[in-house]
Design a protein around this ligand. Sequence first.
Ligand code: COA
Ligand code: MG
Length: 313
Amino acid sequence: MKNSIGTPDSAPARSILSVPGHRPSMHEKARLSKADVVMLDLEDSVPAAEKAKARQAVAKSLNTLDWCNKTLAVRVNSCDTPFCVRDVMETADAAGKNIDYLVLPKVNSAGDIHFLDRLLTGIELEKGLDREIAMEAAIETARGMEEIRNIARASRRLQALSFGVADYTASVGAGLASVSGHGENEAEIYPGHRWHFPLSRMVMAAKASGLAAVDAPFGNFKDLQGLKASARRARALGCDGKWAIHPDQIPVINEIFSPLPEEIHRARIILEAAEQAGPGRGAVAVQGKMVDRATVRLARELMARAGALGLAD
Ligand code: COA
Ligand code: MG
């Protein structure tokens, strides 16, 4: 099950569109969007009074809409809420065969992952599901960040970690830099990239366990330049994709997390040069630059990503 979301040899997961669970008209819009993944949300975009209705709406959409081969995720509420157990039971019970993975928010420990893992095992056994529902752990608290190594290794169901910037900001008591708190105006209150360390730490933990790494959404959906800069930074640190909260954000995210034609061209030149040099040679010069086995690894990784997106022919 590992590596089936977001990594080079799996279904693409560049853009993950979060869609409020209680708004079925938005499910239809998400279905028709160009998002690689649709994440039907039962957590923070759904008011407490609407949680029950949202579970039903999510299960209905999962079972009845034609999702055009999209990967389908459901974000449940965190383990410490009164909603989590029913979110999992009711959606997996009614629509488990159509759920690719569950997103567990505010994961604080490996125990949270074990809990969801066992709950899912019970549901799968009862329903006779013939494939496992996978999991993504959202790291968005100081406790979760401290425990990230153990979380990343806690279950073979885990396929991705994500970094939730707004909740993390609240958890560590750092300043609110913008109206939405999701990644905008950060440079105004901190020189450099304010979340470089935790984002990079999440990527490191994910990759060390063979998982995909996913960045949180950018809240100002009218500012596509700001989104682009935020997505570029995440990609530069090793993220495989980014959440979107509005359909307008999807083309930008898909573009930033796809290899560019010039990157593919460069990778081809590197691989050709390495092949010509043969296995007996170590480092070689290509266009006046050193190319060694690490460069070749980078080029292969890029070509695998391009191949998975149909861009390598
Ligand atoms: N998924 C699917 N459709 C969406 C969407 C989403 N996340 N966000 C907006 N749309 C739809 C709207 O319903 C609207 O459809 P319509 O033209 O048929 O009426 C269209 O896209 C344009 O939307 P717009 O008017 O620009 O935005 P809005 O004011 O209706 O909504 C938000 C703005 C932020 C409230 C909305 O985008 C949203 O709820 N996003 C998801 C929030 C979320 O999931 N948060 C948790 C993750 S951190
Ligand atoms: Mg959050």
